[in-house]
Design a protein around this ligand. Structure first.
Ligand code: ZN
Length: 170
């Protein structure tokens, strides 16, 4: 069994387990949430465990931009965050390619990072980049793969765990 940490997918704070008072996981700020489960095993085996239980695409930019490493992954059982009012009333700011199609993304205000959101194959896709200037990576459409798709023999370069993922205390 892969060990996990459970946190709020919106703020990264720890969540209270279901109890006799509530059948849901609860965040003190956001109420009932589907907790984010960070997979601790940053390895092909940990990724395989994530993929076995995934019911939505597990997107990865591929080929990875030069110098990029796979430094973490996590899962949450939510319907997806709504990016907010007025979305997408304006022209898209970026695009991703998936399955020979291009999908528009919109910039979403977020502190100290570049955040983009859009819908790909009926599922919300969020791309978060650090620092905020890394948003220039999306000047050109980013090609994505769904790691659940069979027949992909990818030699994924695993790196050290990213401290950016919620649930990481380091
Ligand atoms: Zn929260």
């Amino acid at each position: 069994m892969v060990e996990t940490d459970l946190t709020c997918p919106r703020c990264g704070d720890s969540v209270a387990a279901p109890s006799v008072w509530s059948s849901s996981w609860r965040c003190a700020k956001h109420g009932d949430v589907h907790p984010l489960r960070q997979v601790r095993s940053l390895s092909p085996e940990g990724l395989a465990g994530l993929l076995r239980n995934a019911v939505v695409p597990v997107m990865l930019p591929w080929p990875l931009p030069g110098g990029w490493l796979l430094t973490g992954f996590a899962a949450a059982g939510d319907d997806g965050f709504d990016p907010g009012a007025g979305f997408p009333d304006r022209s898209p700011h970026a695009q991703v390619e998936f399955g020979n199609h291009e999908f528009p993304l919109w910039h979403v205000d977020a502190p100290a990072r570049a955040a983009f959101a859009g819908e790909v194959m009926g599922t919300w896709l969020w791309i978060l980049l650090w620092p905020d200037t890394a948003g220039t990576l999306l000047v050109e459409p980013m090609r994505l793969l769904d790691l659940r798709d069979p027949g992909q023999e990818l030699d994924l370069p695993f790196g050290a765990r990213s401290p950016r993922l919620p649930g990481e205390t380091g």
